[in-house]
Write a protein that binds this ligand. Sequence first.
Ligand code: HEC
Ligand SMILES: [Cu+2]
Length: 355
Amino acid sequence: MRLMSEKRLDRFRLVEGRGELLAMVALILVVVVLPISVLGYQFVLRPALADVRTIDVMAAAPEAGGFQPDAIRVAAGETVRLRFSVPDVPHGIAIGPGLDLDLGHVDPGQVKEVDVTFPEPGRYTFYCNSWCSPNHWRMRGTIEVYDPQTPEALPASDGPDPVLESLTARGVDIDAPHETPMPPHGRPSAARGVDVVKQMGELPAVLTAPEWRRTLSPAKAWEALVTAGLSQAEAWDAVAYLWLAEMDAERLKRASTLYAKNCAACHGEAGDGQGVAARSLDQHADMNMLEEPVAFNNPSTMLGGSGEIYYAKLRRGGMGTGMPSFGPIFTPDETWMLVDYLWAFVFDLDPNQGP
Ligand code: HEC
Ligand SMILES: [Cu+2]
């Protein structure tokens, strides 16, 4: 009896001892081996194994040096790993146009990276999309994608924008004031406009064509509809419906994200022209902003301008006014999406269009 239990006790001790040893080994693994292997993998093995060239980009506010480097050359078809770190304050890193590449916020001490392959020669822009300083808008860098067959040749540019060309050809001054003398009384509603338009029966094709809407200000369209026999309120609702017709839940979501990241700092979250950058006069001076950012929710100014004028302003930027040029950042379609979105600051969306 006694023997048995002593034996058992021995075995017990043995197991206990082994347990301690195991715990020790586990501890060493966790404290020493794991970090070494993670770091080794991250900084030695992975770069060596990966078939990609890593380009380290330091992203600082413009007054602290901006992007370094701020110009990158890549061969078409080559995969590069862009590794962003920030020395000063948090920044938002995105690459455009048309790549849907948004790395989000990068905090000091953090590294964010992305592997990209550009199939065709061309020009891209990496930029900060989070307000970081009064000079935030200058925080841009270029990626030049060259043809490996002809590395010396500059990538062909896209050529002039047809909308801007057409405006110039017609002698339209996109910087001219465009106040409308007869703004709507209440807020025109796309939901009510649906019914107005339905009751009009067969719409003239010109009214439904997006091209018609884009070259015309809502104020001009309203005049035409009132002349055609609609009441003033009905005509505004019909315009609201027509001007928001391009907007579905998907485009609304994408446009509101682009707006929040790239426009709200000046034009305000609510489109009232009161963003963080607009509030202080010092900041105006710092960023050479000669004019107030426009309030998109002001119907008298907003409804007197046409979509193509706003499109052109977005792509070209203001002439020394503080309005940045977004041509190198957004595709034409993304630009139209933003323009369409601006109408939602003066018109109520049909709830069916909402997200
Ligand atoms: C750094 C501040 C700043 C940012 C950021 C900015 N804007 Fe502007 N914007 C201005 C200023 C200032 C004006 C007025 C002067 C002018 O029209 O050039 C303006 C004018 C405009 C106009 C012309 C409106 C009119 O009635 O003629 C449009 C359209 C516009 N901005 C759209 C945008 C959109 C969309 C974005 C984001 C993608 C954006 N802006 C980002 C400062 C800014
Ligand atoms: Cu920034």
